[in-house]
Design a protein around this ligand. Structure first.
Ligand code: NCD
Length: 313
């Protein structure tokens, strides 16, 4: 694996290998000394041209726990704020000899484009409204652990509802592509104004009636209403959105026993998810965050730890 740009590029074997190695990596999280020598001598540059709390921090922690040298570059404070093009910034850093770039960019497709310019490995940490592959992998990881603990492991026959602002979400695209490979069934739920064009061709069931799917799903994955990407009025008020598409206490109580609640964060409590649902016993929100470090360690290991790359684990 040279780059991780899209979950659609992962075979079943590759996706499962990332999740399996993440299990090993998660053990490091509970140790007093959180350090493996695996990527010693490697340099990873985290380039975040868009705001982020958990993705940036967890990529940085993941790199550090694997003993790589990690450097953070943001648009503010780099020469991009002086008008340097993304290409020139990438070529400049690549010329320094870095081993991998982790890139978040507000333009869909920018990360794949950047991968074509550099010699280093590239990980897509979210590009516009396109994809966020490590988010989908960590979602799968947290969901798999949840059902394993209940003695109900396996993707076949699992039904995952992905609910909310699908139009502006890169998380939904990466999840649909990954689940196409892993094998769970996906039902997409959104108001008609927040359904992406061409969604019928994604191979998922699509509905605008959240209440009609509640009892039948194993996972309710709630997506953030991405106001920063909305130019116009996609719904009348936050209150009306919550009435139709929020995971309220009443809807929470209608989910099957053991159904998992996911949200990639940051959450708008009271809009797409109520506090009761976010903090419920079967909410995986913090498990997803914890999984983020382990899954990103695994991804960095798969890209940089191979035997063709010199020093290995
Ligand atoms: C997601 C993102 O940035 O795409 N969040 C994340 O990475 N944890 C989803 C979101 O911003 O709503």
């Amino acid at each position: 694996m040279r780059h991780l740009l899209s979950t659609g590029d992962l075979s079943l074997t590759e996706a499962e290998a990332i999740l399996d190695v993440a299990e090993e990596m998660q053990q490091v999280q509970t140790r007093p000394v959180k350090k493996l020598p695996t990527l010693r001598g490697r340099t990873i540059v985290n380039m975040f041209f868009e705001d982020s709390t958990r993705t940036r921090t967890s990529f940085e922690i993941a790199g550090k726990w694997l003993s790589a040298d990690t450097i953070n570059v943001s648009a503010k404070g780099s020469s991009t704020s002086k008008g340097e093009s993304l290409r020139d910034t990438m070529l400049t850093l690549d010329a320094m000899g870095v081993d991998a770039f982790v890139i978040r960019h507000s333009s869909s497709g920018a990360v794949a484009q950047a991968a074509g310019w550099v010699r280093a490995h590239v990980v897509n940490a979210g590009d516009g409204q396109h994809e966020h592959p490590t988010q989908a992998l960590l979602d799968a990881y947290a969901i798999r652990r949840h059902f394993r603990a209940l003695g109900r492991e396996g993707w076949q026959g699992k039904r995952i509802a992905i609910v909310g602002d699908l139009l502006h979400s890169r998380v939904v695209r990466s999840n649909v592509l990954l689940q196409r490979t892993l094998g769970a069934e996906i039902v997409l739920v959104a108001p008609p104004t927040l359904l992406p064009t061409g969604v019928e061709s994604w191979g998922c069931e699509v509905t605008s009636d959240f209440d009609s799917v509640l009892e039948g799903v194993d996972v309710a994955m709630m997506l953030r209403v991405q106001r920063e990407r909305m130019a116009g009025g996609f719904f009348p008020t936050a209150r009306e959105y919550a009435d139709g598409y929020g995971l309220s206490l009443e809807r929470l109580n209608r989910l099957k026993p053991g159904a998992a609640i996911c949200h990639p964060g940051p959450m708008n409590r009271g809009v797409e998810i109520s506090s009761e649902a976010a903090d419920a016993a079967n909410s995986l929100v913090l498990d997803q965050v914890a999984a983020g470090v382990a899954v990103r360690m695994s991804v960095l290991y798969h890209l940089l730890g191979g035997s063709d790359e010199g020093e290995t684990a």
